[in-house]
Design a protein around this ligand. Structure first.
Ligand code: FES
Length: 99
């Protein structure tokens, strides 16, 4: 199991490899927002503070979205697109708080 920490909601949860971060958000009741769920609206963009190496590689939708956003930091991901890749490690995520 990997450990996912959702900073904004002070949530820490163990999840198996293959689980998407959207599934983690749903499972835990986290406050992060989702829109299209297809990698197009960027509403679910979040910063991976640590643990990027435990997540799936960027897919083509994320690459396109980050080009449009002009973000080359390498530390952001779309929560509807990326998955926990390994059954180990700690992934710390920050996102925009909802009202
Ligand atoms: S919900 Fe639209 S890009 Fe993730």
């Amino acid at each position: 199991m990997a450990t996912v920490i959702l900073r904004n909601d002070n949530i820490k949860v163990n999840v198996p490899a293959g689980m998407s971060l959207r599934q983690v958000a749903l499972k835990t009741g986290a406050s992060m927002e989702f829109g299209c769920l297809r990698g197009e609206c960027t509403l679910c963009v979040a910063t991976v503070d640590t643990g990027m190496e435990y997540l799936s590689a960027l897919n083509s939708k994320e690459i396109t979205a980050f080009e449009l956003l002009g973000n080359k930091s390498g530390s952001i991901r779309l929560m509807c697109q990326c998955k926990v890749e390994k059954d180990e490690g700690e992934i710390v995520i920050s996102y925009l708080a909802t009202c």
